[in-house]
Design a protein around this ligand. Sequence first.
Ligand SMILES: [Zn+2]
Ligand SMILES: [Zn+2]
Length: 343
Amino acid sequence: MSDKQVLGYASLSVGEPCTSIFYDPPKLGEFDVRISVTHCGVCHTDIQAIENYYGITTFPFVPGHEIVGTIEEIGSSVEGLNEGDRVGVGWQGRSCGKCKWCLRGETQLCMEIENTTVMVPYGGFSSSVVADSRFVYTLPPSMPSEVASVLMCAGLTVYSALQTHLESRDMKVAILGIGGLGHIAVQIAHALGCEVTAISSSREKKGQALGFGADHFVDNNDNNSMQELDYSQDLLLCTANAGFNWESLLMVLKKRGRMVLLGFPDVAFNSTDLVAHELSITGSLIGNPKMMREMLTFSQEYDISPMIELMSMSQVNDAIERVKENKARYRIVLVNDIHNIGD
Ligand SMILES: [Zn+2]
Ligand SMILES: [Zn+2]
């Protein structure tokens, strides 16, 4: 099996659309598994990586890190997984295993982070990927594959941020940006028992945001409505990548409130309110393997249901355009058309 060429959809240079390539299958390490990809979600960070926004992309670059598929080959030291298992893998496909963060189980902070993504050497917009089995997750049997794929990055990212920063379940949480991450953040915060305010510049998302479990919806371009939120929120999760009026956003926080960035927006603000109200601003990156397992169980129990558009993997460039134009509602999952797919 492992001598079979892999079909991938690669961007060949910065900002270029994806084109189909065949590449040699990466070697399988003793802890690795090879996964035949059935589904892969399209995340905003795939697009930023194509654009080399983080400055670490090497080309040809095959994106894709919300992966679900079937194990087709296992390394000699793999435990607990077998050929034929349906599994998921997210942004992190391995870690150094030796640095202080890995030793603490906080593998998402691995000191060798640029080597930890499943997209090195090639990501999930492929017929198969290789990942370290310690970052590969068995899925609840009744969870549809497209749902599981979206949870691998978007679900983990918002669940981990909420679990890390919520001090009590009666906190008031605002979610900025109702997109791939935000619409799941609303569902999870609601399931946790929080009073949830969805903040978005897309008024037409109001009905769906309330349907996802938001108690309130505020248009962030409406200054009066934004002012009514002043000093009301314990936590503000920023899931959007666009530019915002950050000073008016900081105003929604109670004193000692916390803003958590999940995307990678450009941020600028005057520090007066930050200091005077003793606010905190922090970031949150995906989550560790323990959090991933917890998130899968939680999502199954509370029926967290991402809203998904299915497209064929060969339509990857159309999918990327829809995400760029903010048209995806709310996550696109690519289905691998070269296999006979069955959940
Ligand atoms: Zn992602
Ligand atoms: Zn490490």
